[in-house]
Design a protein around this ligand. Structure first.
Ligand SMILES: *[C@@H]1O[C@H](CO)[C@@H](O)[C@H](O)[C@H]1NC(C)=O
Ligand SMILES: *[C@@H]1O[C@H](CO)[C@@H](O)[C@H](O)[C@H]1NC(C)=O
Length: 349
């Protein structure tokens, strides 16, 4: 019994020892957060934050977080940590957000910045690496942004991801893995996942990476659209030509379905030899989710009606640790939200 107990904890300690926690913030030490977070003074009209657990909560102390306090304001605040690169490692970004004011129009997202961010002057133009989280405005905008910066441009997720619109606290998690897969979780449940190569708009990168030799056989003929893809294969013959000689021409392969970022290989003029696929060159040259110098996290957003509370920030390389941290923070206090909360929210309808 005792032995089993010891080994269980040994495993827990080992796991936590393997996880690297780059940043973690729960606002549990009164007003000392002001030493860690820098309010931008770039615009004297920027809204003020306070630390509060709001009108209702599961736990008065644990649920304290950064709350926006002024209506119709831009907000800009950030915190630093030791710079790191996520090269070859997973990157997990997680936090909780609660719109207890019944959000009409405003951001609930976070931004992760390079370490050279000028915190005192941070504003909407400050370059970031990643923007992640919910954005609500009227009936039209209710989405989770996942915007990634590379090759001097921002790239938004193409697949729409819906955000929560109620007044309760929700846990948002973004995972970027070195194999270019990603996952978005809300309240610990996976709601979107896939490959960064296919689920981000990389059109502009493709155009940039064009080289003269490549434009000869592919780009002039095909472009990058699905219909161009179809056209190419029609032009080249959609079915096996009668004079196809397997010994000379190689194996006949069926036309693969069009996928953004893939291109046919081995096309020589009009002669279609092999339909072997390979990623377009821009994908092999740049790791799409690799950030060299991650060093700050911040809130840079606009809110019409204020009152949003941001809490339980975490940046780590360990998905399992993030899950545990989410359960120990959001998971613990969400069940304590009283009937008072339901009444308050109901009355706002
Ligand atoms: C705000 O920041 C920009 C740089 O992003 C700077 O050029 C400008 O002078 C700053 N304004 C103030 C009032 O500090
Ligand atoms: C993708 O990016 C290109 C170039 O920036 C832009 O013209 C196009 O509208 C974008 N497509 C989508 C679906 O956002």
């Amino acid at each position: 019994m005792a032995l089993a107990h010891v080994s269980f904890w040994a495993i827990c300690v080992l796991r936590v020892a393997l996880a690297t926690i780059f940043f973690q913030e729960e606002f549990l030490d009164g007003e000392r957060w002001r030493n860690r977070w820098v309010q931008s003074t770039n615009d004297s009209q920027f809204g003020q934050f306070r630390v509060s657990s709001g009108k209702f909560y599961g736990h008065k102390e644990k649920d304290k977080g950064l709350q926006t306090t002024q209506n119709s304001r831009f907000y800009a605040i950030s915190a630093r940590f030791k710079p790191f690169s996520n090269k070859g490692k997973s990157l997990v970004i997680q936090y909780t957000v609660k719109h207890e004011q019944k959000m009409d129009c405003g951001g609930g997202y976070i931004k992760v910045f390079p370490s050279d961010l000028d915190q005192k002057n941070m504003n909407g133009k400050s370059q970031y690496y990643i923007m992640f989280g919910p954005d609500i405005c009227g009936f039209d905008v209710k989405k989770v942004h996942v915007i990634l910066y590379f090759k001097n441009q921002y790239h938004a997720n193409k697949k729409p991801i819906r955000c929560k619109v109620d007044g309760f606290t929700h846990l948002y998690t973004l995972i970027l893995r070195p194999d270019l897969s990603y996952e978005v979780k809300v309240d610990g449940q996976s709601i979107e996942s896939g490959s960064i190569e296919y689920d981000w708009n990389l059109t502009s990168l493709k155009n940039m990476e064009k080289t003269p030799s490549e434009s000869r056989d592919w780009d002039q003929v095909e472009g990058s659209k699905a219909q161009d893809w179809e056209k190419h294969f029609l032009d080249a013959g959609a079915s096996k030509p009668s004079d196809w000689n397997s010994e000379l021409d190689g194996d006949w392969l069926q036309k693969p379905p069009y996928e953004d970022g893939l291109r046919a290989e081995g096309i020589d003029g009009d002669v279609w030899l092999h339909q072997k696929m390979r990623p377009a060159s821009y994908l092999t040259q740049y790791d799409l989710s690799e950030f060299e110098n991650i060093g700050a996290i911040g809130l840079e957003l606009w809110q019409v009606r204020s009152g949003t509370i941001f809490d339980n920030f975490l940046i780590t390389d360990d998905e399992e640790y993030a899950e545990k941290f989410g359960k120990a923070t959001w998971g613990e206090t969400k069940t304590g939200v009283t009937r008072l909360a339901l009444t308050l929210l109901h009355n706002q309808e």
